[in-house]
Design a protein around this ligand. Structure first.
Ligand code: NAG
Ligand code: NAG
Ligand code: NAG
Ligand code: NAG
Ligand code: NAG
Ligand code: NAG
Ligand code: NAG
Ligand code: NAG
Length: 653
């Protein structure tokens, strides 16, 4: 640390002379000490001399409020600051509205105590040499309107939590080393956005495609509007030989002809040969195993798919010209809103959303811009008829808190389900998104809102749809930007044999399910109870963050509550909100009832919903919660969920 302290020491005596003329300043000692400690930790230009005896409000770069009672702004652009921001220095300026340290040579990470700057509106840190991940403290500064981290050396991914900065109008992250995919960043008033010159890849979320291409230029592999479309991930249906050379390596450049063309042709014909061979092999194998009509193993490699996808297992005759006719076998369920066919779907650019034990989910962007989620199932054991019957049942389920199943595709080797795409991501991402830490900016009212809307969706599945969800977990709770939850991925357990563990993620699985491998309404209630505990504790039930090895979330909560340390159960993130203890304890009691070991002791889902709604009703009667005019609420006559009273954000759908 280069200590440039002499100027401060020199100025001391002069201060004494003038002391009597100065008005009494009351900017807190803590703020002043914090500022001095910050400056003493970094080298800086000579003209930046802070007189320790003087009021900080008179210092260069420091602006106080009208009362001179606290520091409102600290602006030190281009004053040659060099070195690291020491922890617990600037974080003490808790009244700060504007912080500008741009165009210096500050390095290292942003200290975590920046999270204390909760009133900050503008943060300018561009043109420095900061390193480390996107600072975890920043998403908590929920009043931020302008955030500029450009031209630094930040690394890691851009967290989804940026969305908690609902007042953001400007987000500049260009010229860093951010990597991974770009989350759907969608504060309602965002007008300036730039992530150019980073190492981002994947498709650009549709909510960001309104920004110009220069906002995204210079990244590793970003694609989709406004940049060129992403290269198709799904293989095309039966490639006709003439199509392959242009289709093969899909990159857009068509300039460098001579050598590139030769390579293309070579690769193309190799591919053709490969596909023809594969095609023949599969034909042969098909013929061979026609009699034992057992469930086929899906072809392992994605590349093998095109041969099979184009044909239907009902005809089973690939040699004729019937493949064409059988192609559009995508079955849309009633009330659908889409009009595309299988070929459109297979041509769509796609991005892996997640891989699970029952298959892989993709976000597919169709050519006209429609986005859907395609779930590609593996190890389906039921027959086509049974599959179709289950789809029929699931397709009928329509509710504001349930992600609708729109279409399905069934062939011998490929089973696809098509759902609506929910851009705001999952509860899991929101709660645990940032690097394994359980602390999030999700406030209490939004957690209640998620609990209640998820309960509504699940109760609808049980009571009206008569369908067991079978896989309740936080990554299957998808969110709207206003934090209303949707239940997704329901009712597909019957498609798999008992060889696949029914509730696939340990931690949410009811004890009896582990033995019987059979999911029931009551096992859903158990999983939902675990989900409530996750909302309350901020802990992921399937991660070993509970101290002891092998202890699950319900047992951990039980042990803590038994020791009368109830307060310790709750997410530390919730501790800063007031007057919510009562509600938290009530929700905890509901959750504990849900996770009873004995299935019969668990309440039914509609009962769970009623109890959660009652927590809410008490508050509404107090007049504390203005009702929302959210049009998405169904005609079920329930109290609309509250707007947040604990966080300053105004929620916009
Ligand atoms: C520091 O402040 C005191 C009191 O305001 C003043 O008398 C003194 O001249 C200042 N020192 C310098 C170097 O400006
Ligand atoms: C900042 O505030 C903390 C807590 O109030 C205090 O412990 C610390 O000493 C302060 N830092 C400085 C440099 O004064
Ligand atoms: C001045 O200080 C008083 C008491 O500290 C406070 O109530 C008032 O809001 C302040 N005024 C301004 C303009 O900051
Ligand atoms: C700032 O935050 C730290 C924890 O990050 C805390 O220990 C400290 O007391 C806070 N300081 C103030 C002034 O709030
Ligand atoms: C920051 O990045 C610049 C250019 O990208 C590089 O020259 C410099 O060495 C990096 N500094 C650190 C500390 O990584
Ligand atoms: C967006 O801007 C409008 C108009 O300036 C303002 O009224 C509104 O509060 C802003 N919304 C958010 C979430 O900041
Ligand atoms: C982006 O890059 C990372 C690491 O380089 C990789 O794991 C990931 O699959 C890529 N995502 C896409 C959509 O290309
Ligand atoms: C984004 O930043 C890059 C690099 O600084 C710049 O060239 C480009 O014009 C910016 N685009 C927008 C829309 O701000």
């Amino acid at each position: 640390m280069a200590v440039v302290f002499d100027s401060v020491a020199v100025s001391f005596s002069l201060f004494l002379l003038l002391l009597s003329h100065e008005p009494v300043h009351s900017e807190t000692v803590q703020e002043k000490k914090g500022l001095l400690a910050f400056l003493s930790g970094v080298a800086h230009a000579n003209r930046l001399q802070w007189n320790a005896s003087d009021s900080a409000c008179n210092w260069v770069g420091v602006i106080c409020d009208g009362n001179q009672s606290s520091v409102y702004e600290l602006r030190l652009p281009a004053v040659g600051l060099l070195g690291q921001i020491a922890p617990n220095t600037l974080g003490n300026l808790t009244q700060l509205r504007v912080l500008s340290l741009r165009s210096n040579r500050l390095s290292g990470e942003i200290p975590s105590d920046f999270s204390n700057l909760t009133l900050l509106r503008s943060l300018y840190l561009q043109n420095n040499e900061f390193t480390g991940d996107f600072p975890q403290s920043l998403p908590r500064l929920t009043r931020l309107a302008r955030l500029d981290l450009s031209s630094n050396n930040f690394t890691g991914s851009i967290p989804f939590e940026v969305n908690s900065l609902t007042h953001l109008t400007r987000l500049y992250l260009q010229k860093n080393q951010f990597s991974g995919t770009l989350p759907s960043i969608n504060p309602s008033n965002l007008t300036d956005f730039n992530v150019s010159s980073n190492n981002l890849n994947g498709s650009i979320p549709s909510v960001l495609s309104r920004f110009p291409a220069s906002s995204f230029a210079g990244n590793l592999n970003l694609c989709g509007d406004p940049l060129p479309p992403c290269s198709p991930f799904f293989p095309s249906p039966v490639p006709s030989p003439s199509e392959i050379p242009p289709e093969g390596p899909v990159h857009k450049k068509s300039k460098k002809l001579s050598t590139a063309a030769i390579v293309l042709i070579a690769v193309g014909s190799a591919l053709v040969a490969f596909f023809l061979l594969l095609f023949l092999l599969l034909c042969l194998r098909r013929k061979q195993r026609r009699q034992p009509s057992k469930a086929p193993k899906p072809t392992a490699a994605g590349r093998a798919v095109p041969v099979e996808v184009g044909t239907s297992s009902s005809k089973d005759d690939i040699t004729g010209g019937s493949a064409e006719a059988e192609r559009n076998k995508l079955v849309f369920l009633e009330g659908g809103v889409y009009s595309f066919d299988l070929e459109d779907l297979l041509r769509a650019s796609a991005e892996v959303l997640g891989k699970g034990s029952v298959g892989t989910s993709y976000k597919a962007v169709l050519e006209e811009g429609t986005m859907v989620v395609v779930k590609r199932l593996k190890d389906v054991v039921v027959s086509r008829r049974e599959f179709e019957m289950q789809m029929e049942i699931l397709g009928k389920i329509k509710h504001d808190n349930v992600v609708p199943l729109r279409a399905f595709y069934y062939s011998k080797d490929e089973k696809l389900l098509v759902y609506d795409y929910m851009p705001a991501g999952s509860l899991s991402a929101l709660l645990h998104g940032s690097r394994g830490s359980g602390r999030t900016p999700l406030d209490w009212d939004n957690r209640m809102r998620i609990a209640m809307s998820a309960a509504r969706g699940l109760a609808h599945l049980h009571v009206v749809g008569k369908v067991v969800h079978g896989n309740i977990k936080s990554s299957n709770i998808l969110l709207r930007p206003n934090q209303d939850a949707y239940v997704s991925d329901f009712g597909i357990n019957p498609l798999f044999g008992t060889a696949t563990p029914p509730s696939r993620v340990a931690g949410y699985r009811a004890p009896e399910v582990v033995e019987t491998r059979k999911v029931t309404f009551k096992s859903d209630v158990y999983s939902f109870g675990v989900l409530l505990l996750e909302l309350l504790t901020g802990k992921a039930p399937n991660q070993a963050s509970l101290g002891e090895e092998g202890i699950d979330l319900p047992r951990w909560v039980q042990s803590v509550v038994r020791e009368e340390w109830t307060a310790e159960v709750f997410d530390v993130e919730l501790m800063r909100y007031h007057n919510i203890e009562e509600e938290m304890v009530q929700l905890l009691q509901i959750a504990m009832a849900c996770v009873s070991t004995v299935p019969d002791q668990r309440p039914a889902m509609q009962e769970v919903l009623r109890m959660i709604e009652e927590i809410n009703r008490v508050e509404t009667d107090d007049g504390l919660r203005p009702s929302s005019d959210d049009p998405s609420k169904g005609s079920d006559g329930h109290t609309p969920p509250p707007e947040s009273r604990t966080s300053p954000r105004t929620v916009t759908p």
